[in-house]
Design a protein around this ligand. Sequence first.
Ligand SMILES: Cc1cc2nc3c(=O)[nH]c(=O)nc-3n(C[C@H](O)[C@H](O)[C@H](O)COP(=O)(O)OP(=O)(O)OC[C@H]3O[C@@H](n4cnc5c(N)ncnc54)[C@H](O)[C@@H]3O)c2cc1C
Length: 505
Amino acid sequence: MATRAPRVAVIGAGLAGLAAAAHLRANGAEVTVFEAEDSPGGLVRTESIGGHRFDTGATVLTMPSLIVDALGALGVAADEADRRLALRPVDPGYVMNYADGTSLAVPHDAAAIPAAVASVFGEQAGDGVADLLQWLRRVYDAEFDTFIDRNFDGLADLADARTRRSAAELVRLRTLGGLTGAIARFVADERLQRVFTFQALYAGVPPRRARAIYAIIPDMDIGRGVFAPEGGMGRVGRVLADALTDSGADIEYRTPITAIRRDPHGRVSGVAAGDSVVDVDAVVATLERDGVAQLTGERPRRRLRYSPSAVVIHGLLPAGTTDRWRAGHHTLDFGTAWTQTFAEITGRRGRLMSDGSFLITRSAVGDPSTFVADGFESVSVLAPAPNLDSADLDWDRIAEPYVEEVVGTLASRGYPGIDGMRVVRVDHPKTWSQAGLPAGTPFSAAHTASQTGPLRTANVWPTSPNLVLAGSATVPGVGIPPVLVSGGLAAARVTELLRGRDGGR
Ligand SMILES: Cc1cc2nc3c(=O)[nH]c(=O)nc-3n(C[C@H](O)[C@H](O)[C@H](O)COP(=O)(O)OP(=O)(O)OC[C@H]3O[C@@H](n4cnc5c(N)ncnc54)[C@H](O)[C@@H]3O)c2cc1C
């Protein structure tokens, strides 16, 4: 009997959904991606606001090899993938500006970082950073394939030889203690420690509370370099979406899925977009956990702890204004406070940063033809902020004065002219919440100890074996590299299930 290809619906054309769809196509599935918006990319997007382009979501692109892998699954050769993505190294990857006036430009090429550090912080600091970079790489090597890019089903999975070897290496590398302590073994200067620990915020936890296993994140950005696609971050989603449609997958834009249909045994049988129902053999959903529960008509069991949120200010400055700044594509401007700042934004009773640290993004640095128009440069400032669960602030009232406070602070910290910025859009916890993001944060469930690895929301829905999750809500977690990985893991789950090996679970 001829068997037809399995039909899989992917909900969401963010990078998780696109990666899942790519790997599913590679495995022979018939794939339809349903996307509520009119374009791909989800939170990785370049938008036109009043005729000016802005990267309005993620801006720090690391591990582009994972995008190339997804394209490879669709038959796009690596050199062709590179051509389509048109990535350039962001160099320096970050400029770090400190309250005492010190400034460190972190080169894209890791081999050049120790010398750059030595020129600002002295020879000994440069040597420490050289050793630290090697340690970060070893942590990555021990973790990535064994613990991150892998589906786990239970304790038995931890018993194989490869896993035991990797676990032993992580113990040897002393990654079971705190991240800050681990970094401090290599660099004594607290300012330098910030360079390798601020990334804990990407995982939604304060550096002081993060475990050293999170050192994999500074390896990804500082150790492996940051990239930017020509034309802005939105190019990534477009390239993936185009390759998918070329491969025969369907992408239905402006089609919000309103229900996931299940049979009495909990098996998914279809997805509904309003009145129209599409029959499927499996679904990959890339929404937040509570969003998926809403579509299945269930109540989520336990309350999750969400990451802090962010206020993102998009504005225009007359071209040339930024020439007087010590700033790159990504500039981190640190306040004097550090531990206190994280306590303010991640605490159970959160508050606005009293001595803030900010990320200033100038996508125009490498791509003026996209991000400078009519004599104005697009500039964005990201201010981490507590989420709505920890601080239910009246954002309609405070957003405007807070924006003024942030740009005023930055003007006094060495960014002359920024207080004259023509603000064109502000995203804040309330707007994220209105976009359907729980707790008003786009950074999903925090990677606390009880929400990480095997304890994070699993990628197989507990009451439906053929409903699989991908994206920042599930394993391995938040950010571009993890969600791309999650797409591959979800596709592997579906493929395994539809081949019948796991069907009875
Ligand atoms: C301001 C900001 C800065 C960030 N900075 C970085 C950074 O520098 N580096 C980094 O690595 N990460 C960063 N991130 C995080 C990163 O962007 C996300 O973790 C990642 O893009 C999430 O991808 P996803 O596919 O899981 O979800 P999403 O991108 O949210 O995609 C989900 C998609 O599903 C669609 N959808 C939702 N409901 C439905 C429905 N019912 N039917 C159909 N479609 C639906 C949505 O429209 C969306 O397109 C940042 C995020 C933000 C917002």
